[in-house]
Design a protein around this ligand. Structure first.
Ligand code: F6R
Length: 239
């Protein structure tokens, strides 16, 4: 695990975007894994800037997102598909983008299909992750076991509380989501985890210094051979 601490979010965004840019310049048909939430927004702005400056061409890139809320159609403003269109896809020339469906009739089949689609495209070269206050990655919440495949998860109270900021009221926050599993994430050839702010400091401390424990899902990343952790000073403050 390589851990880098930066002065501010803008520096982190440039560092994270540089990892994606160098991959795509070397491998124009790269497969990238993407996240939603507030953490990656500045990185996406940087990836858009690199496209507009003609540094990076996304025409042959494939992307897979980590997760989607169950019950929200892609047209719903709070769906993760809508988020990705707005924050990144609509501003660059990427064509092949994947977000799990949260409205598939058979969600178990959708989970299988999603894992198979990743395999069919040769696996993920570089996966971007944020981290929940409770240590979740994707929506893999603290659990007794690490769940391997893409699966339907019950969101914990802490995640519902954290995500209600994007909805008109708490009861509109979906209680379940489709999420890439821990195994799907760990199969990525490289991973970059970003954490911003004091609120993530405890989860980062337990991820990096605590036990490898499914109750702190991000701790599994210590078993991966190529993880870069980008932190601001606040997120790194308990290390
Ligand atoms: C989002 C995701 C989540 C978020 C995490 C942090 O696709 O998979 O694990 O990365 O909840 O969210 P923010 O960045 O909003 O603090």
């Amino acid at each position: 695990m390589q851990i880098h601490v930066y002065q501010n979010e803008a520096e982190i965004a440039r560092a994270a975007a540089a990892l994606f840019a160098s991959l795509i310049i070397k491998k124009p048909d790269a497969v990238i894994g993407l996240a939603t939430g507030s953490t990656p927004i500045s990185t996406y702005q940087e990836l858009i800037r690199l496209y507009k400056d003609k540094v990076v061409d996304y025409a042959r890139v494939t992307s897979f997102n980590l997760d989607e809320y169950v019950g929200l159609p892609p047209t719903h403003t709070q769906s993760y598909r809508a988020f990705m269109q707005e924050q990144l896809f609509d501003h660059i020339n990427i064509q092949d983008t994947h977000v799990p469906s949260g409205i598939a009739k058979d969600l178990a089949a959708e989970c299988k299909r999603y894992d198979q689609a990743i395999v069919d495209r040769g696996g993920i070269d570089l996966q971007l992750l944020g981290i929940g206050h409770n240590g979740h990655i994707g929506f893999n919440e603290p659990n007794d076991v690490f769940v391997y495949n893409t699966n339907v998860v019950d969101l914990t109270e802490s995640t519902i509380q954290a995500n209600k900021r994007n909805f008109d009221s708490e009861d509109q926050v979906p209680r379940t989501a489709v999420s890439m599993g821990i195994g799907s994430i760990m199969q990525a050839r490289a991973i970059v985890l970003i954490a911003l702010g004091k609120g993530k400091a405890e989860a980062i401390k337990r991820t990096i210094k605590g036990e490898i424990d499914p109750q702190m899902p991000a701790s599994i990343l210590r078993c991966h051979h190529n993880v870069t952790v980008l932190l601001d000073k606040e997120a790194a403050s308990l290390l």
